[in-house]
Design a protein around this ligand. Sequence first.
Ligand SMILES: *[C@@H]1O[C@H](CO)[C@@H](O)[C@H](O)[C@H]1NC(C)=O
Length: 457
Amino acid sequence: MPRVNRTAVLLLLIVSSCVFLLFQLHYYRKYVSRSGPHILSQTGHLTASDIQWQTVKTFLALAQRFRLPLFLADTAALSLLSQDALRQRDQQTHEPHCTFLCTNRQVTSFGLQANLWKYNPDFLLAAEQKGFELLQLRGEDPRLASLDTLSGEEIPLHFLFRLNSYIIHVVFLYERSGNYLWHGALRLKANMDRSFAPFKLLDYGRYSGAYDRPELILTVVDGLDIKVPRNVTGFLNEQQNARFLECRYREARNFLQLYPEDSSQAAVDFRKSAKSLLHVAARTLRGLSVPFWLSSGTCLGWFRQCSVISYSRDVDIGIFIKDFRPDIISAFRDAGLTLKHKFGKVDDSLELSFLSGDVKLDIFFFYEDRDLMWNGGTQAKSGKKFKYLFPRFSLCWAELLELKVRVPCETLDYVMANYGTTWSVPVKSWDWKSSPSNVQENGLWPPAEWEELIQVY
Ligand SMILES: *[C@@H]1O[C@H](CO)[C@@H](O)[C@H](O)[C@H]1NC(C)=O
């Protein structure tokens, strides 16, 4: 081969590799200057985290532009945020990075405070222009439902935005009259795309939920301005037990057509007193962080007629014995109630009864026994003990008399255990020792201990 040709080939090779190098450099810089240096992982490829970060970034920029009242509600991201060690390590790293929002999950969830939000179709249009696909889920507005009207109006409950196969889940939180936030269950309609999102993995929507209004703070998470609950751990705890049961207004209306509400002055007065007593009890126990639920007749009233049973003359609540605190009694005294009786002891059949005016508050403590739960009863004059058995239950939120209260989630089982299969028929002459379906005799307190275990005031 002639010498000249070899030099020419060499030169050509050098020139072309230089051009290629410049070309690479140019592309690299163009890409980097657009997306920032952080978008490329070490191998130069977009990782799943990068895509999640970009998707959240794009969404939050839109949300900011349209002033969406959002806060971070994603349980995975919030769990990371609640870890102090991780937060400290994050502060020491200066390069942009995605520590909290890149959760390795396909979904990031946000809460939207619906009372601060104004629908703006331009927002959805802008989201579409950014490449987001949207699935909107609407449902009946429960705030309009009552014994008088069953709501027909639909409101937005959940928005799912999808980009690059990532989902931004926006959960609408509405203010309810009991001064709490509520979100609806996510139910797909027949014509909806069941593969739009991994629905089973969503943090919100399996059931409807109730939350105290969280205190929010604006902070910077992974370089993005985001509101988060001030007490992240508190919010996550709440999220675990947020399931909410709507009252069965339709059934309650049918019940009240058969058995109209007592409109006598005595009944009206009782409902008013019961409401204020229930509010006092809730406030007092909340101050002690003692969870309680509606029990016996008060639970039946909620379940059957979305109200209190006016001839029952008392308010009944249940508390797990593990949540008992000795200062419950003094706390109720401070709240203006008087102790009427104290039966049993912490180890066995504890029961407290307070008076507020002429309305009684009965507090039954519940014990666990294998697959059952039970509370005790005591007959003061004879020292006889009784036991009321219930199938195991968990606790849900509900609303009664403009108050967010707990009820057994398995409400029907609970009510049936107590009142039998005829629970839906009012019974005015009720004997607590013999009428309940689940009562058992349980022996006698030893007379030597009566003074201690049977206190009547
Ligand atoms: C946050 O919530 C947790 C759990 O509910 C509670 O124990 C804690 O006291 C709260 N912290 C603050 C600072 O309010």
